[in-house]
Ligand binder design. Structure first.
Ligand SMILES: Cc1cc2nc3c(=O)[nH]c(=O)nc-3n(C[C@H](O)[C@H](O)[C@H](O)COP(=O)(O)OP(=O)(O)OC[C@H]3O[C@@H](n4cnc5c(N)ncnc54)[C@H](O)[C@@H]3O)c2cc1C
Length: 552
């Protein structure tokens, strides 16, 4: 799968050159003062770096989603979560509601400014008493004559002080539950709006605010789409919000590993550079392998979106895994730096702070597992609405155990990749058997699938399986264009054996107590997985992967 063509690469080069020149040298200062000068967005707008997939008539570039992927990757490399999120909120979390559902008048009024970098927008969902439980928001918009009168408060609003307008999530009919939610565009410079800055652990260059609305009057024409459809619009829009975290976080993690390797090659202890110590090398191998797998999965999710598919399951899985891995990598990479990692003179302190928000903002990890569990265990089908980018309408290969894929691996004579495929298939089968088991009622009519703890474990494992599957797929498809994939194949082998081990052990526990192993429904799988583990040394794999990374 080659996602990037010549024009993508040229775009990356020019964006990177711009960021290296205009942004990188200033990040430190912007983090210190807690503000990014608005002139930088204007410069980016003038260069054509904003509104990449918006239509040309609003000043956009009408490009495919992989240009947005590059935009997020290049901003992610800067290691300033605050800088990245400021524009992510504008381009992916707020303006798309106007673009997809707004009237022509709203589009003409707001979109050109968003794309030129003159306007900054924000999205107001969270309230002091309603975060994860979005349906419970209380901010009220009442239609009086031809105006909405808004009362209520929002909290944790990124760009709340800095922004020019907000896409405000309000109740227009409080008795109608989620069908009484609407989206209204509100200019932030009007009477009746009070703003307070919130002091945060990280994301120092971005502002986050509490906003209260006291009889704020907004023309009726500022309603986005139809009254009462706001919750539906949000549920669709949140997939893009979650998706954009994938390329930006992957790029930040790549930066963390590359900075760590650089540091480790220069730092001496006990007469040698610290990149010679086995445990550190194995840790590099582990983190790099997990990241490489996630990167493949991230491109797969972005490819679905590019092809016009808004996939709730893959976006939620991607958001879950990428933010959890970001936290792990920033913690463990900081450790490579020793005491220096804890200081502001080295890059890891900021990354450590910034990464902590990932599993909270845009839907917490627990909420992601709730959504995934509904799809995997309860077979809930979410509508796959069209994304707002130009759809390529191609099919996406999602059938991993497809015989053609296995046979093509056989032909390539890649036993390690075949083993990776087999271990993932074992993990997948084990999870399927377990899901069937937990959905069976016991003598009292109770089902284990009602246990939240079991549901979340299944959601987590299913996400990891999906990620590994796409990693192997991506390697398989690279054989046509690349000759040496030894590192990637070893990484796939390592992560898939570890995954199989995790899935089999956790599923065993989910079955509950059994008299002996022979009667256990997973007995054969258990033995098979243990045989694979004892006949493949993880330590050798780590040695090989770390050698390929460190001594390349
Ligand atoms: C820096 C920052 C920027 C933000 N930017 C924005 C923004 O621009 N716009 C906006 O609208 N919001 C924004 N948010 C809010 C963010 O989306 C919420 O914080 C998040 O959705 C969680 O809501 P909450 O804080 O109310 O936590 P709660 O919903 O109170 O959750 C508290 C804990 O309970 C857990 N929990 C809740 N429900 C369940 C459940 N059913 N099962 C298991 N566990 C559960 C959660 O996972 C969490 O661990 C931002 C937050 C931060 C910190």
């Amino acid at each position: 799968m080659e996602y990037f063509k010549e024009e993508h690469n040229l775009f990356r080069e020019s964006l990177r050159e711009f960021l290296n020149r205009e942004v990188s040298p200033n990040i430190e200062a912007w983090e210190k003062v807690g503000k990014i000068p608005k002139s930088i967005w204007k410069k980016m707008g003038d260069m054509g770096f904003l509104g990449l997939s918006f239509a040309e008539k609003y000043g956009g570039s009408d490009l495919d989603f992989f240009f947005e992927v590059i935009f997020n990757e290049e901003l992610g490399r800067l290691n300033s979560g605050g800088f990245v999120v400021t524009q992510q909120v504008v381009q992916y979390m707020s303006a798309p509601y106007i673009y997809k559902y707004g009237s022509d008048k709203l589009k003409d009024k707001y979109l050109p400014g968003i794309i030129s970098g003159d306007l900054i927008s924000c999205i107001g969902i969270t309230e002091p008493d309603a975060g994860s439980d979005t349906k419970n928001i209380q901010t009220r918009a009442e239609l009086v004559d031809n105006e909405y009168v808004i009362n209520g408060s929002k909290t944790f609003i990124t760009n709340g002080l800095y922004g020019d307008f907000i896409i405000l999530v309000v109740k227009t009919d409080p008795k109608a539950g989620s069908k009484g939610v609407s989206l209204i565009c509100v200019d932030l410079n009007q009477n009746g709006i009070t703003k307070n800055k919130i002091n945060k652990l990280g994301w120092h260059s971005s502002d986050t605010a509490e906003l209260s609305f006291d009889d704020v009057r907004v023309p009726k024409e500022n309603l986005i789409g139809e009254e009462g459809k706001g919750f539906y619009y949000l549920m669709n829009g949140l997939q893009l919000e979650r998706l954009c975290f994938l390329p930006s976080n992957v790029a930040t993690m790549e930066y963390a590993l590359s900075e760590s390797l650089n540091y480790m090659s220069q730092r001496n202890a006990f007469g040698r550079t610290i990149d010679k110590f086995e445990v550190l090398r194995h840790r590099v191998s582990q983190l790099s392998s997990e990241l490489e797998a996630l990167k493949a999965f991230s491109y797969y999710c972005c490819d679905l979106f590019d092809k016009g598919i808004y996939d709730v399951k893959s976006c939620s899985m991607g958001k879950l895994i990428v933010t959890e891995l970001h936290e792990k990598i920033s913690t463990q990479c900081l450790q490579f730096f020793g005491g220096n990692g804890y200081t502001e003179d080295y890059p890891m302190a900021r990354m450590f702070r910034d990464s902590r928000i990932g599993t909270i903002g845009g839907g917490t990890s627990e909420i992601m597992r709730e959504i995934i569990a509904k799809v995997i265990i309860d077979d809930v089908k979410y509508e796959k609405t069209k994304s707002n980018v130009n759809s390529k309408e191609n099919s996406v290969n999602t059938d991993f155990s497809n015989q053609d894929n296995i046979s093509s691996l056989d032909k390539l004579d890649k036993p390690d990749l075949i083993l990776a495929t087999k271990t993932i298939t074992i993990a997948e089968n084990t999870l399927d058997i377990t899901i069937k088991h937990i959905n069976l009622a016991d003598g009292k009519g109770d089902k284990k699938s009602s246990s939240q703890s079991i549901r979340h474990q299944i959601a987590q494992l299913a996400s990891e399986i999906e990620c590994s599957k796409q990693f192997v797929h991506s390697i398989n498809s690279k054989f046509e264009i690349m000759e040496n994939l030894e590192k990637e194949i070893s990484m796939a082998k390592l992560t898939s054996i570890q995954l199989m081990d995790r899935v089999v052990s956790k599923c065993f526990q989910m079955f509950g107590p059994y008299d002996n192993l022979e009667h256990h429904p997973l007995e054969k799988i258990f033995q098979n997985s243990k045989m694979i583990q004892i006949s493949n040394s993880k330590s050798d794999l780590h040695d090989n992967i770390s050698k390929l990374i460190i001594e390349k």
